[in-house]
Design a protein around this ligand. Structure first.
Ligand code: AMP
Length: 304
């Protein structure tokens, strides 16, 4: 089943309690694509960057096997999406220092004709109007799943609620689920979001794993247990989880509850490599054998 993703391709500046990394490769679409390509190929990208997109970011994305970049627009007169964040001492919480929308304030990127048979769509974090616009180009889709973020809940709530009516699934983190519903309990918050439209919701809880609320049941998966030296930068872990989840689902050809449970385990293990470095480096330096070996370790630990 062809898999398509739209979202941001960004230039990130990240402060952790012990280090600062400037202008690293990031963006919701980039993390998702790098993670999902381990499981399913091709992964078709729809996105835009500006004239300031660094050459080394381009080289890194181009080096990932299985990505189709035909839908990546380079707008020489525009600015690339840029984001800065700072992690607090526990590395579980962060604050956004700045968001420069750049190309996101312009017309959404075009979808190449060759993508028209895409059936599985992931709307990585972006403006909900852009997400909705892309979704409408795929009336014959089999599955549409979205992610969102505090910024869009704050500034584009109506567009987000319109989006919820058209998607099958939402992947969101616990603080955003609470912000959206004013409910602290992640399972109850997910049920409230299901009332807004999607038929399943995954709530990510950082180092406490993730929970799937679905019409056929509730499933939980713990985070991969990393020691201190394995947690360098959590940026993009949520998008990488979504990439592993959707990539495995697309490759399985099945969309039932049980397959979603297994896909969550793959999402978790894939995302654990993102935490090991700044930017896309963690995913890009991981081999298939390392991924499989960590999955085996995860199965032993969790008895899944
Ligand atoms: P995550 O840590 O999984 O929440 O994803 C962080 C990534 O999302 C970073 O690489 C950012 O460039 C990107 N990002 C941050 N804020 C936004 C936003 N409002 N919309 C889309 N992407 C964003």
């Amino acid at each position: 089943m062809p898999l398509l993703v739209t979202g941001t391709i960004g230039i990130d500046t990240v402060h952790t309690p012990s280090a600062k990394a400037e202008k690293v490769s990031g963006g919701s679409c980039a993390y998702f694509a790098a993670a999902s390509a381990f499981h399913h190929q091709p992964v078709r990208i729809v996105g835009a960057v500006g004239g300031d997109w660094p050459d080394n970011h381009a080289t890194l994305l181009e080096s990932i096997d299985g990505l189709c970049l035909e839908g990546l627009e380079r707008r020489s007169e525009s600015k690339t999406f840029a984001w800065g964040g700072r992690y607090f001492d526990n590395m579980n919480q962060r604050e956004t220092l700045f968001t420069e929308l750049g190309v996101l304030e312009e017309a959404p990127p075009e979808v190449p004709d060759s993508y028209s048979d895409s059936r599985i769509i992931f709307l990585a974090n972006s403006h909900p109007s852009v997400q909705l616009d892309l979704l409408h180009k795929f009336p014959n889709r089999q599955l549409a799943v979205a992610d969102t973020m505090d910024l869009w809940i704050n500034i584009a709530r109506d567009e987000l609620l319109a989006l919820f009516k058209e998607i099958d699934g939402l992947i969101i983190n616990d603080s955003e689920a609470e912000q959206l519903t004013e409910i602290k309990n992640p399972i109850s918050a997910a049920r409230e979001i299901i009332n807004m439209g999607p038929s399943f919701v995954i709530v990510k809880k950082g180092e406490h794993g993730a929970v799937l609320v679905h019409k056929d049941g509730v499933a939980v998966v713990p985070a991969f247990p990393l020691e201190l030296e394995g947690v360098i930068d959590p940026t993009g872990a949520g998008d990488s989880f979504a990439g592993g989840f959707m990539g495995f689902l697309a490759s399985s050809g099945k969309l039932d509850f049980k397959t979603m449970q297994e896909s969550m385990a793959w999402g978790t293990v894939t995302a654990s490599f993102t935490l090991g470095s700044f930017g896309l480096d963690g995913l890009c330096s991981t081999s298939r054998a390392e991924l499989d070996s960590r999955m085996n370790e995860f199965k032993l630990i969790t008895k899944i």
